[in-house]
Design a protein around this ligand. Structure first.
Ligand code: AMP
Length: 459
């Protein structure tokens, strides 16, 4: 038997109804904040993520699904180029350059491609490519699958779904303002409340400007020098390459050391401090509760200033329901001729649905009525009646004229139908139908014109 690939899963009814519910509430809420939907491709050039997300992140260095899209390579050189793809000892950029050089030499038209591990880089690429800023399209949202080769566990998948939004634009559009950060966070609080998610917790920090971070990174590097030998292998490596990432470490033995490290807030410049204070002041004035978490630096390299995460108690180890932050400078890094500061977030939809399942029970759709045609020629009458009822928003299931009455009752029961309607020759002629309530066993005759209303009201 062929099964779904490890780390992927089928979303089945009745759970899909919950997914649709979440997405429709999301669309409703985002619309009132004037966000509009964008749909970018599921795969992009590898370089976009190598540059946009950062080579040193776990996502880019370990978790991407990348391939060379060359339409088949059959030579030895081609095989060598492919082998280099798997060589994790050299950086992705170098690997990409090597494959590009091979392709250029072999005159194959091809590219180095990656399944998107996140959607911000794609949105920013589209923003630059289509000059969305010139058209005032500064508030965009997306819903869709993302791919990361992570170790699968509850709440962590290799294909998972994110709902995200980005505010991006030239500084003149106000995209740099702390008011945007606060607006986005307030929108998220509204969304979670509207969905009925209880016990969420907003964790907030500022990771400063890139100059602040460079300064803080130096301080951290020095602070880590005498202690790094006692830390995990990842931290030892990060202490040299990207000390900020050490704060992300989840290894229990490293925590006492991390607790003694300097705090980033003390190394922010005045402008970053003022920005952060204004974000928190607005949140206080609109009544959105938050907690400052000095260690929150998030997994992606492109964040500047505001960084945040919402967590939820019921989710266990994978308790981050969404994360995001400001990314001033990302657009320039991806080739934008003008600066386009921005801020965004990504909600893990799988986890959001999990949190909702705690509070909502059985959401399976139940048909209102099972139409049981009885005898030859009655399928036609049944099709006509079903069409009429469905146009009046009644959920109808159709039986078959070859079924015996007993089988129709059993099927209606299994489907959880509220009513069964018998449609034989007499009923078709008289336009009055025997309708039985499958729960109470009560049976009544209902004229055709009253059917939809009676079925709806449950009378
Ligand atoms: P990130 O893009 O890493 O900031 O993640 C944003 C959110 O996406 C997280 O808070 C999670 O809720 C969700 N998420 C990230 N990776 C996964 C995964 N492998 N499986 C399920 N959800 C994920």
């Amino acid at each position: 038997m062929i099964k779904a690939v490890r780390g992927t899963r089928d979303l089945l009814p009745p759970e899909t109804a919950l997914w649709n519910h979440v997405e429709s509430v999301v669309r409703d809420v985002f619309r009132t904040y004037n966000f509009q939907e964008i749909r970018t491709p599921i795969f992009e050039e590898t370089q976009l993520f190598a540059r946009g997300v950062g080579e040193e992140t776990d996502i880019v260095s370990k978790e991407m699904y990348t391939w060379s899209d060359h339409g088949g390579v059959h030579s030895d050189e081609g095989q060598q180029a492919l082998d280099i793809l798997d060589d994790t000892k050299i950086s992705l950029d170098e690997r990409a350059a090597h494959v590009r050089a091979f392709l250029a030499a072999s005159k194959l038209r091809s590219q180095f491609l990656t399944l998107r591990p996140e959607n911000t880089a794609g949105v920013v690429r589209a923003y630059i490519e289509h000059k969305l800023g010139d058209r005032g399209l500064n508030k965009l949202y997306y819903i869709g699958p993302q791919f990361r080769r992570e170790r699968p566990q509850k709440g962590r998948y290799r294909q998972f779904y994110q709902i995200g939004a980005e505010v991006i634009g030239p500084a003149s559009s106000g995209s740099e303002s702390p008011a945007r950060d606060a607006e986005l966070l307030e929108m998220l609080a509204t969304l979670l409340d509207r969905l009925g998610i209880k016990n969420w917790n907003l964790q907030l920090n500022s990771v400063g400007s890139s100059a602040d971070r460079a300064r803080y990174n130096d301080v951290l590097r020095k602070a880590l020098e005498p202690v790094k030998d006692k830390m995990c292998a990842d931290c030892q490596r990060r202490a040299g390459t990207n000390p900020l990432r050490v704060l992300d470490c989840k290894v229990p033995e490293d925590q006492p050391i991390i607790a003694t490290l300097p705090r980033i807030y003390d190394y922010l410049d005045d402008a970053s401090k003022k920005h952060f204070e204004e974000v928190t002041a607005i949140l206080e004035s609109v009544g959105v509760p938050f907690e400052i978490n000095h260690r929150l630096v998030r997994g992606l390299d492109y964040y500047t200033r505001t960084a945040f995460e919402f967590t939820h108690g019921a989710l266990g180890a994978q308790n981050a329901i969404l994360g995001g932050g400001r990314y001033d400078g990302l657009a320039e890094l991806l080739g934008s001729p003008q600066p386009a500061p921005g801020i965004g977030f990504a909600i893990g939809e799988d986890r959001l649905v999990m949190a909702l399942q705690e509070s909502i029970g059985d959401a399976q759709q139940k048909p209102d009525v099972y139409i049981a045609p009885l005898g030859a020629g009655m399928n036609r009458e049944a099709a006509k009646l079903a069409r009429e009822l469905r146009r009046q928003d009644i959920v109808a299931e159709l039986g078959d004229e070859t079924f015996r009455l007993k089988k129709s009752f059993e099927t209606a029961d299994k489907l959880g139908c509220r009513y069964i309607l018998i449609l034989g020759e007499n009923e078709a002629k008289s336009n009055t139908f025997a309708v039985k309530n499958l729960k109470t066993g009560e049976q009544v005759s209902i004229p055709r014109v009253e059917l939809a209303q009676k079925l709806r009201s449950g009378q």
